[in-house]
Design a protein around this ligand. Structure first.
Ligand SMILES: [Mg+2]
Length: 182
């Protein structure tokens, strides 16, 4: 059996949607439909980690909401909790800064010892975040509040179907929705 794979989760527009509010931080975060089943089902085959371009306060506010609403304490169980300080920032032609999640950071010895890079997938709604590591990326549609959204259960079925593939980076993951068994 190949080593247990690692699933790196983006947060905003992937697992939840929200807008920062200095006085009611968590009240303005809404969790994506079926999040509880998604986390539970994928944890059967994958370890979880978090990598967001958001601030640490925002990350922890949302993780606390997940803990309260669906009873999963990702802040305790995740392999790592990475926020904007772990991103690199690139300026576009208009002078605006955009985050990247540099895949080279996954070469850290302590990560490689538990999760070789071929066993790491990343779930993200912004493919630009993974411009230096597309092989890890499973792109999801950005979620901004549609209560009928069914991306997560479909994604969980897909992830479970490929979990035993020794080199997950070599799996063609574009168009994954067409390869999910209904
Ligand atoms: Mg996002």
């Amino acid at each position: 059996m190949p080593p247990r794979p690692l699933l790196i989760l983006d947060l905003d527009e992937t697992l939840w949607h929200g807008a920062p509010d200095p006085t009611h931080t968590t009240a303005h975060i809404t969790l994506r439909p079926h999040l509880r089943d998604f986390l539970h089902d994928t944890h059967a085959a994958y370890d979880h980690a978090i990598w967001t371009a958001a601030s640490p306060d925002w990350m922890h506010a949302g993780l606390q909401l997940i803990h309260t609403q669906i009873g999963l304490d990702l802040a305790r169980t995740a392999a790592f909790l990475w926020h904007r300080d772990r991103c690199s920032w690139h300026r576009d032609e208009h002078g605006d800064l955009h985050p990247r999640k540099p895949a080279r950071k996954l070469r850290a010895t302590w990560i490689r010892s538990r999760s070789p890079r071929e066993r790491i997938l990343a779930i993200d709604d912004r493919p630009q975040n993974w411009a230096s590591g597309y092989g890890h990326l499973v792109r999801v549609t950005p979620w901004t509040g549609d209560p009928t959204d069914d991306e997560l259960p479909r994604l969980a079925r897909y992830l479970l179907s490929i979990a035993d593939t020794p080199d997950l980076r070599r799996v063609e993951k574009r168009g994954w929705r067409g390869r999910v068994l209904e």
